[in-house]
Design a protein around this ligand. Sequence first.
Ligand SMILES: Cc1ncc(COP(=O)(O)O)c(C=O)c1O
Length: 386
Amino acid sequence: MEDNINSKDIAVLTDFIKKKPIFTNNKKVLEFEKAWSNWLGVKYSIFVNSGSSANLLSIAYLKNKFKRGEVIVPTLTWSSDVASIFHNNLKPVFVDIDLKNLAISFDEIKKKTTKNTIAIFLTHILGINGLTDEIVKFCKKKKILLIEDCCESHGAKFKSKKIGTYGFISNFSFYFAHHMTTIEGGMISTNSREVYEISRMLRSHGLVRETRNPKIKSYYQNKYKDLNSQFIFSLPAYNVRSTEINAVLGLNQIKSLNKNIQKRNNNFNFFLSRLDKKKYFTEFELKGQSNYAFIIILQKQFRNKKFREKFEKILYENKIEYRRGTSGGGNQMRQPYVRNTLNFNEKDFKKFKNTEIVHHYGYYIGNYPSLSKSKILKLTHILNSV
Ligand SMILES: Cc1ncc(COP(=O)(O)O)c(C=O)c1O
């Protein structure tokens, strides 16, 4: 990523700071939340200090509502999607992905759904829409809550609507290299007033004074008369607030978001058009995409250690930074925080065939709006020459 925070952002931030405003979570945070809800097309949003905090609060909401249960999660996702399920003492149930969109497979979801399933935590990978009609209908029919991790896919669409508007809750990250940034930051979006109120409390120590619903306030104040009304902690919670400074940056960044998404998509389409299809898999379902990074998956006949080593050596020699495994380092079951908790071994990992392909032979390389065509051409030339 280059220049994700530009001189205009810096000027806006400097002007704000010079006014000596309140710096902690205040009016600018609310303004940014409103702007985000309008851009996305939902009723409510809650600004937090990272996408991982958004994940954590979503699952904490589930814990508070259901107390126990299983959460279906793809094996290809980010660590905090799974860790937040552990932190809340719920059970992660792993499901393989489809290669065409790198998202959770509906056929596998059906096999793993039980009477204890309370939610499906779907991740949209690297800007590709992961939703299908079947998944949306299945969740409705079975009364399973759909949570969308959109941290890598701001602005991607399923049918005519943006992803993040289909789920009961959706999460976004504004970390530095994402589609827009607040340096660190994240958002929870929802149409549920209940999720909104509870998330506001969960974000801020569980404090009842954080709710914007007077009924909730009077409920607690009347029930707990021995407590100071400004100091009632309703739930075991966190402090994952952000600040006015980050919100001011977000408000300026959101203005360029649509334009930057278009540039990212143009870059990726150009990249794919130049890539040697005999060596690299390119048959992704890109309808509605909002590309995050260049996705590279070796074709079947090149899925061996020798080719992989050569591929990585050439990238290294050309000073091209990459991530093997794509999102979150590939198969989450292989990561120490999961395998050591649930005692998984090689036999377990291998059951997740598509994730295993991405884990061993999938990569991403950064894409960003100011990336030049000549650099993309140079990159594809290097890749094709391996
Ligand atoms: C799919 C996905 N979910 C969650 C996160 C966590 O976001 P953050 O880095 O803001 O905590 C990331 C991070 O990039 C991600 O890629």
